[in-house]
Design a protein around this ligand. Sequence first.
Ligand code: AGP
Length: 613
Amino acid sequence: MCGIVGYVGPRDATPIILEGLRRLEYRGYDSAGIAVLQEGNIEIRRDAGKLDALETMVHTQPLNGHLGIGHTRWATHGKVNQTNAHPHIGMTGNVVVVHNGIVENFLDLKAELEDEGVEFKSETDTETIVHLLERHLSTGISLEEAARQAFAQLRGAQAIVAFNRQQPDELIACRIGNAGGVAIGIGEDEMFVASDIPAILMHTRRVVFLESRQIATISQDGYVLRDLNGQAAQADVHNLPWDPVSAEKGEFKHFMQKEIFEQPRALTDTLRGRADFAAGTVDLPQLNLTPELATSLSRIVTVACGTSYYSGLVGKTIIEHIARVPVDVQIGSEFRYADPLVDPSMAALAITQSGETVDTLAAMEEARSKGATLWSIVNQIGSQAMRIADGFISMLAGPEIGVASTKAFTTSIVCQYLLACKIAELRGSRSSEELRQFVSDLALLPDLAGSVLDRDQEYQELAHQFTHYENFLYLGRGPNYPIALEGALKLKEISYIHAEGYPAGEMKHGPIALIDEDMPVLAIAVQDHVYDKMLSQVEQAKARGGIVLALANEGDLTIANKADHVIYVPKAPPMLAPIINVLPLQLFAYHIAVRRGADVDQPRNLAKSVTVE
Ligand code: AGP
């Protein structure tokens, strides 16, 4: 996942930027670079590989200047090489940019710029940004004004930092949507900017977090904040606590809250360099999936625990629908005692955020002993589940500190979606047109997720009405049944309310006896192929005096006439809708737990990684 660091002030920018990038290394990256304004010219050092290589390069070819930007990149559009590493400079040599996010309309912009004679050097979407800036700068306006005009043309979520050698005392920083944060660090006669605050904490605790569609012009004396329309904008100055752990929560009260809101960026990072939305192809080099294996595969057996198990249940629907390969999802702690029917024609897929869950690791060993190919989907790079697998897909969610899993859950579903597309491509399960549609749908995710999170205030107000209940029923069908399970798990594990997820169609086979005014029902009733069935479930619950909260698609007034409360989410492609639908349930559980005074990040009796049976 990409990291950004910038500096302007009286000190040498290079060591400050390199140290800041070092503090962001945990985010995972495959190339790094730095640009410094040196005697009026922009000097760049960048390459594929780790920061050690960049530091060696800077040591042999020193950089000296008081204004600079740096970047660690996880391959987005384009291979991992020096040409695609950031920072990117334009044709005039005046402007240099670093960028997090995905420019969804970059192919159109690139074609337009090439028609104007622009020569692209890299395969990145970022390069379109620097050429757009140069196009507008050529009219004689300031970098900030050029940025406002250029960035208005970008679709998707972005975090951008740039400078113009003809304005040698300032940086500009801009945030659009949720492609990760942009934090401005306020020093004494010096200023910092970073995509995450560990990069600047050693210099200052006074930090301003840009809101979406805000742009800052930063000089060593301070900053000017405007919106993309040029209107003056405001953002609070946070005095971060001195304790680095809580400081890393930034503007959030809890790590869980921060991680819920990081999901648009995490989803972007999970997709980066893997999904080519235009070509409709997927690239998963670390999975080591050969065409022979893909075509000979008879079944996938998914093994996981807790939230990761629910992710596997969602993934079953996705993989069977897209790749047409049967998927069995097994609970890790049950699998190895069940003498499972696994053979060499199968692949065992372990889903584990920590990569160290003992039951999941044991299930992996059991599957290997029966000859299955071993895959894992992990978040912790270097974990056991990653190392012992024949191939893996990293979630790239970034560190998940909160014990209750949120961004690892949603990114692990995206990893299964990518796996499904890759298998379908190699097996020929789907036409190239169908595959192109499945892959291009993924580009919608970060923005859809961001739009759900923008409704947090609504979800919080609703959650506060349900803080005192001691029982809850969550209902769902199809791929939303595991989302009901996950929503219930979130509520029970952080608020200690007894919450149960249930397949909605099973209500009349017993659980409906539970329903009364003390047992609220949360029904996932989005407009999919089983919407009508969910509507009747809502009616049945109401008829028994139940209080019903319906999770529904924006604009659905039918459900509003039936349920007591409605949690609206945007409509999403059916195979991606579960990822969107879980977000309000994460926030609903979070706000209830906070109101109940629970220890949200460290719930009682729970550990982040269950390394014992
Ligand atoms: C998730 O909210 C829980 N904390 C727990 O169920 C967790 O998902 C489970 O322990 C599996 O962890 P893993 O993904 O690291 O294997």
